[in-house]
Design a binder for this molecule. Sequence first.
Ligand SMILES: [Zn+2]
Ligand SMILES: [Zn+2]
Length: 271
Amino acid sequence: MEKGEKMTLHDQHVHSKYSVDSDEALINYIQIASDKGCKYFVTTEHFDLDLVEHHEDWTVDYSALKQELKNYCKLFPNMEFLLGIEVGYRKDKLAQIEEQLSSETFDVINLSIHDSKNADFYWYKYFKKYGEKKLLNQYFDIMIEATSNFEHYNVLSHIDYGFKTVYLQNKNIKMSEFEDKLKVIFKNLIARGKALEINTKVQEAIDNIEHTQYILSLYKNLGGTRITLSSDAHIRERYLSSFNIYKDLIKECGFDYLVYFVKQKEYHYAI
Ligand SMILES: [Zn+2]
Ligand SMILES: [Zn+2]
């Protein structure tokens, strides 16, 4: 592995108008990335099949996205434009997921657990229906299953996405209540060379530094070294959001680099 370079971090979890739930124009993010001196630019648009809330498929028009990026290559000759995706894991959709992931040359693939066949972990009403602890256990079990059996990704996104939904309603709940499951997930990531994402959108929502420290320390104690820092921006104002705060926290927890991916090959940013 090459030694980490001290460079401006780029954001590796971003949604633009090519995602169903964002209206943001690519150029608005690219302009910020260029102004900040980022060498790379990537969006990771949503690919989620049969989302339980409305039984919708969220897919991406990659030919239009690639065409638009191609035009910006000339306007921003100092920047490298990458292709990414955030794929929502669903065991019952693996064939279609694999087909999508193989149909483009992705630089980075973020793997997410957004829903199961019967619950969407973004919406508290499902936790109310099935029980907070019961559904969170199911959420982490799906993550164990995904990280045990599925290989076609680089980064596990927002490990605390479902947890956040419950936490915002019940501040007494702690990630440590699921430590046995988290350990299995982290061991899977470490054994397979996958990275763990610190998602600043979720951290800002939870707004509890001890929560983020707990995740980082548990991962580190099990031997984890690969971390990405990402905003999950859906609007330009959140692009690269709180990167300095969480970069410092990651460093304090004993990590001295962050990882990024080009053609799914791992590189490092020194921090
Ligand atoms: Zn997500
Ligand atoms: Zn996302």
